[in-house]
Design a protein. Structure first.
Lengths: 381, 121
């Protein structure tokens, strides 16, 4: 936090609305962001799982990638040099999860990529957005235009009542399925809507021009089912959903294989596929894909009620002095009413049901390797 | 019976040579929903300013320090079963532990209610 004292924090287009709604603001990725509102993290979390929660995620980066040829397929082929995913195969109106890799097979960021018909629409993490844009320009400028959509806000509407709430402002959304994405008129505003999110719940992300963001959010919050939700509950929701937080659960030192993200690498990019490799770090990642990596990201359920938090060292037994891994995210899962965590373990100890120990305040606490998501997701497939 | 406060937002209720210790309502409101409390072992000798207990919200863990030197003579087991008591009754049912006061002179450095109110204003 000290680093932020020298440079003023940026504000999203919804900053005044957060303050008016009683948000407690904290610095996050250079922005002054709501960590919670008056309801508090626990109630905000449970409300999102039961009804609907609205999140300001305008700090995230929104980018357009457009091929100079005008063909979206050329932009997709270009982007495939930087991610191990099948981008060419994303149909118009669809979206996919991806990661930017580096030469060592590590991850520079994770992102969402949507095919908007004549161009790709990318959503990247706030803390990485400047580097991501520079990375795209450095590698793809010869064939593509890269446009940062800095004048747009991004909001997420998540939970079982997200569809009914959004359908009051845009009839189209009810027919959308998980990972559908594209331009929609919402409350007479030109938006980009995707049926996706970061909570494990059904829901939407809505990109809206900055000067219309407050009007749209106010209209959504007029619905009694919808409450504003801060970053605190966003983190506990994504953790229960087993979703990675970039910079914590994955980073430049973790490969997609170590990060247990093989599912996100489609067959066409794997060894033997029609467009195998060809992305940064492919040799290492495809070798690991075939032979396995020495460590692996796993879900962890502490036995007791004590949360085991990020940074806690992991051990094979209660007495061993040799650290075997580390917790990368951990806290309390309000829907489970129990602590949950994820972290890295030697692959030999990564099977579901394996007991390991975390050191917390000088004590060894047992945890079991558990399948993720911890809370079943409710995506509308 | 006197109630005293620390600048770390703990309260002490002094009855004879026993101090009952908890966190203030201001502290619980800053922490948010409490989901876990770890208490010291009965019989443990605590030095002033030593970490004695832990209170955890969904977001973060915070230490509760021994505001004075003394031996732990009782802990509030109800908090382990119902950590949310800290939010609903911080100044009452949600006491953390009782200390046998080693040195009453240490009480002189603590705040009374008026001083604490000014501290949090």
């Amino acid at each position: 936090m000290l680093a932020h004292e020298t440079s003023p924090l940026k504000q999203t287009p919804l900053h005044a609305l957060h303050l008016a709604r009683g948000a407690k603001m904290v610095p996050f990725a250079g922005y002054d962001m709501p960590v919670q509102y008056t309801a508090g993290v626990l109630k905000e979390h449970l409300h999102t799982r039961k009804d609907a929660g609205l999140f300001d995620v305008s700090h995230m980066g929104q980018l357009v990638l457009k091929a100079k040829s005008g063909k979206v397929g050329d932009a997709a082929l270009a982007l495939e040099k930087l991610v191990p995913q099948d981008i060419v195969g994303i149909a118009p109106g669809r979206q996919r999860y991806a990661q930017f890799t580096n030469d060592d097979g590590g991850l520079l960021d994770d992102l969402m990529v949507a095919n908007f018909g004549d161009h790709l629409f990318l959503v990247v993490n706030a803390a990485c957005k400047a580097e991501d844009e520079a990375h795209l320009r450095a590698h793809l400028s010869d064939t593509c235009e890269i446009v940062s959509l800095a004048n747009r806000a991004l909001i997420a509407l998540q939970g079982p009542k997200a569809e009914s709430a959004l359908a009051q402002l845009c009839a189209d959304v009810s027919s959308m399925k998980f990972m559908d994405a594209g331009p929609r008129r919402v409350a007479d505003i030109d938006c980009f809507v995707s049926r996706s999110g970061y909570t494990g719940e059904d829901g939407f992300e809505i990109s809206v021009p900055a000067d219309k963001a407050e009007a749209l959010v106010t209209a959504l919050l007029d619905n009694p089912d919808v409450l504003p939700i801060g970053l605190g509950a966003r983190d506990s929701l994504r953790l229960e959903a087993g979703l990675c937080l970039y910079g914590h659960d994955i980073d430049t030192t973790t490969t997609p294989v170590e990060g247990a993200l093989e599912w996100s690498m489609q067959k066409v990019r794997r060894s033997g596929g029609a467009r195998a490799g060809g992305f940064l770090g492919a040799d290492k990642i495809l070798t690991q894909f075939a032979q396995g990596a020495s460590r692996r990201r796993v879900g962890l359920r502490p036995d007791g009620r004590a949360p085991v938090r990020e940074g806690a060292p992991l051990f094979a037994d209660a007495a061993s002095t040799e650290q075997i891994g580390k917790v990368t995210s951990g806290g309390f899962g309000p829907s489970l009413n129990a602590p949950v965590a994820m972290g890295y373990l030697p692959t030999s100890l990564s099977a579901v049901g394996t007991t390991v120990f975390a050191e917390v305040r000088g004590q060894r606490l047992p945890l079991k390797v558990a399948a993720t998501p911890f809370v079943p997701n409710t995506y509308k497939r | 019976m006197t109630t005293l406060y620390t600048s770390d937002h703990e309260w002490l209720r002094i009855e004879g040579d026993v101090a009952t210790i908890g966190i203030t309502d201001y502290a619980q409101s800053q922490l948010g929903d409490v989901v876990f409390v770890e208490l010291p072992k009965v019989g443990r000798s605590l030095k002033k300013a030593e970490a004695a207990a832990v209170v955890e919200s969904v977001k973060a863990a915070s230490d509760v320090y021994a505001p004075i030197t003394g031996e732990v003579i009782e802990v509030n087991e109800a908090l382990a079963a119902e950590p949310a008591l800290v939010n609903s009754d911080a100044g009452g049912k949600a006491w953390f532990f009782k200390l046998k006061i080693a040195d009453k002179g240490e009480l002189g450095g603590l705040m009374d209610e008026a001083a604490y109110a000014a501290h949090t204003a």
